[in-house]
Design a protein around this ligand. Structure first.
Ligand SMILES: CC(C)(COP(=O)(O)OP(=O)(O)OC[C@H]1O[C@@H](n2cnc3c(N)ncnc32)[C@H](O)[C@@H]1OP(=O)(O)O)[C@@H](O)C(=O)NCCC(=O)NCCSC(=O)C[C@H](O)C(=O)O
Ligand SMILES: [Mg+2]
Length: 292
């Protein structure tokens, strides 16, 4: 089943006001954070607060992920124990670098008896993870894997590699495309990283358009003011949906039953375009069904 993932808003697990606000924000998903937005001495309280907020529910159809702390900290194991028992859709694992990292998380989730439907998302934000993106994505085929996709992490990549984050992202485009290819080769999803300068609405909109055109499924956000623009940019435009319906209808005509390529309004259209059209319609329908 296709799920709209146009906008996933990060919120600090230590911020009760944000957790409360998340119940009414129009984001497709929320990422309740235990990692970088939570100070070291607030980790335990944030973990408890997230558990209570999820148990109290009220998040409706929004996809809920909990970002745990990285595997080189003393917190991650308790984070997984809490997240594995919480009624969410998945966990987001930061600073994944090796396939062994993903196996550790898989085994810990099994140990705590997590619901088999709970998914794992990996943040790709180390040089090693970018280089080995294909290997990481390939773990989806392993027994017991819960991997659903990647979230790109430009800030940590920049920190580790000293590659600068520039407007237009010219310095990061090769690695972004590399990660997107790795996910698609294994049937996974991928979300773009956040845009920190939340007061710069034009810059944000340009980055969303770029993210969509590069092939990301959606974008992670850090401020509620970014949701509407992000949703609008990642929503298939009405004209694209109408065109998709036309393509499907054309291939369903008896006279086209045995044709691989046809003509619509002066353009060549092939069956691969019908496949793309079906995805466009499925996303548009899923957005409509979610009432957004
Ligand atoms: C960046 C912020 C600290 C700004 O917060 P604040 O100063 O409170 O902003 P505003 O006054 O404009 O807020 C207006 C109202 O909106 C609420 N709010 C703000 N942010 C959020 C949010 N993320 N979720 C829910 N609600 C939010 C405020 O409470 C105000 O509400 P009201 O009281 O009704 O007026 C803040 O936006 C923030 O903390 N953002 C999230 C930070 C975060 O989660 N960071 C981690 C993810 S990014 C990352 O980790 C990078 C990645 O790993 C990489 O490597 O690239
Ligand atoms: Mg990061």
């Amino acid at each position: 089943m296709i799920r709209p993932r146009r906008s996933l808003l990060f919120m600090p697990g230590s911020n009760a006001r944000a957790l409360e606000k998340g119940r009414n924000l129009p984001a497709d998903g929320l990422i309740l954070d235990l990692e970088d937005s939570v100070a070291p001495d607030a980790k335990a309280a944030a973990r408890e607060q997230i558990a209570k907020a999820v148990a109290a529910d009220g998040y409706g159809k929004r996809e809920l992920l909990i970002r745990i702390n990285s595997l080189d900290t003393s917190w991650w194991s308790d984070d997984v124990a809490m997240a594995g028992q919480a009624a969410t859709d998945g966990i987001l694992v930061p600073k994944v670098s090796t396939v062994e990292d993903l196996r550790l998380v898989r085994d810990r989730l099994a140990e705590v008896g997590a619901d088999p439907a709970l998914k794992v998302w990996a943040m790709i934000e180390t040089a090693r993870a970018v280089l080995d993106a294909d290997l990481l994505a390939a773990t989806v085929h392993e027994q017991g894997s819960r991997l659903a996709g990647f979230v790109f992490g430009p800030n940590d990549i920049s920190r580790e590699t000293r590659i600068r984050m520039l407007p237009g992202r010219s310095t990061m485009l090769p690695m972004i495309s590399h990660c997107i290819l790795a996910t698609r080769a294994h049937g996974l999803e991928i979300l773009d990283g956040p845009y920190s300068d939340f007061a710069n609405t034009d810059g944000f909109a340009q980055e969303c358009i770029q993210a969509r055109d590069l092939g990301f499924d959606g974008k992670t956000l850090i401020h509620p003011g970014q949701i509407d623009a992000c949703n609008a940019i990642f929503t298939p435009p009405a004209a694209e949906v109408a065109d998709a319906r036309k393509i499907i209808a054309a291939f369903e005509l008896p006279e086209n039953a045995s044709r691989g390529a046809i003509q619509i309004d002066g353009r060549m259209v092939e069956r691969l375009h019908a496949e793309m059209a079906r995805r466009t319609i499925a996303i548009a329908d899923a957005i409509a069904a979610a009432g957004k």
